[in-house]
Write a protein that binds this ligand. Structure first.
Ligand SMILES: NC(=O)c1ccc[n+]([C@@H]2O[C@H](COP(=O)([O-])OP(=O)(O)OC[C@H]3O[C@@H](n4cnc5c(N)ncnc54)[C@H](OP(=O)(O)O)[C@@H]3O)[C@@H](O)[C@H]2O)c1
Length: 275
């Protein structure tokens, strides 16, 4: 990734966030190792990101909603056994206060720079048809899959922590260009991912206008065998992967993108996906 701009006042008087390359290595430790923030890491794809990144020796700051949650126990044991390279935080993206508290905790870490943020948290309550879903059910998908992720990224960007890349976990269901009318029962979910895509494109464009070269990406992880995908669908999914098979190439996709790619949509296989 090309070096970020030096911190200096912009036309609107705001101070640009400082460059990752300006942080002295002494403050940061092993410069070969990258720092990842994984939002929504208790299970499924998020937990697999943590597992693989810890195995690679990367530094991981991972969030769960409730540290006492039984399903997060695998992550807690990872956090305990890796000499502090995996730290756990609490963040519920349905709560602005929880997001702000989490970002404040990160901001208090001396010399922190973040190479990659993966905003993975998401929900899909099946079915969520446009002809049937209640107001609350529709809002739940939009709050969790659109507003929470965007506000989390916004608060991180406002924090002055240098950030290289923010990757949002989107979905092929959110594509307007490759609309899949076979996806019966996905209306609220698909709408929430389409809105996420549109908002993150605006975020990328706004950052470019502010000369901030944090890279903003949307990723489709493929069809992955997690709790979310554990539903009986009336159509053929075709090629359900394990989290391991999806996350391994996704790490490379995220790492290989530079500022020229900000505001683009990719599959786990590194293929551009239509908005
Ligand atoms: N699986 C697929 O085939 C597939 C396909 C396309 C896109 N995706 C996307 O990939 C992402 C991960 O999905 P997954 O398959 O791994 O699903 P999953 O197994 O259901 O895991 C969802 C994760 O999101 C977290 N989460 C949910 N609501 C949250 C909230 N309010 N605040 C913080 N965290 C929250 C969950 O935490 P808790 O454990 O606390 O509930 C859990 O860690 C989602 O954004 C999903 O839309 C998945």
């Amino acid at each position: 990734m090309p070096p970020l701009m030096e911190s200096q006042p912009s036309a609107d008087g705001e101070r640009r966030r400082s460059s990752i390359s300006m942080i002295p290595d002494a403050l940061y430790g092993d410069k070969e190792k990258k720092t990842w923030v994984i939002l929504g890491a208790s299970r499924g794809i998020g937990l697999e990101f943590v597992r693989q990144l810890v195995a690679r020796g990367e530094r991981v700051l991972a969030t769960v909603r409730k540290k006492w949650a039984g399903h997060a126990s695998a992550l807690w044991s990872q956090a305990g056994g890796d000499h502090g390279r995996c730290q756990m935080f609490i963040c519920d993206i349905l709560s602005e206060k929880s997001i702000i508290d989490f970002v404040a905790e990160l901001s208090a870490i001396p010399g922190l720079k973040i190479d990659y943020v993966v905003i993975n948290a998401g929900v899909m309550r099946y079915p969520n048809r446009a002809t049937e879903a209640s107001f609350d059910e529709f809002a739940f998908h939009l709050h969790t899959n659109t507003i929470g992720p965007i506000i989390t990224a916004q608060k991180l960007l406002q924090s002055k922590i240098p950030i290289g890349t923010i990757a949002f976990m989107s979905s092929d269901s959110g594509s307007a260009g490759a609309f899949r009318d076979i996806e019966d029962g996905f209306a609220a979910y698909a709408s929430s991912k389409a809105a996420l895509n549109q908002a993150l494109r605006h975020m990328a464009a706004e950052l470019k206008r502010k000369n901030d070269d944090t890279v903003i990406l949307a990723i489709h992880p493929g069809e992955v065998a997690t709790d979310m995908a554990n539903i009986d669908l009336p159509w053929e999914l075709g090629g359900l992967m394990t989290p391991e098979q999806s996350v391994r190439p996704m790490i490379d996709v995220i790492q290989n993108k530079g500022s020229q790619h900000s505001g683009t949509f990719w599959t786990w296989e590194d293929k551009p996906y239509p908005w």
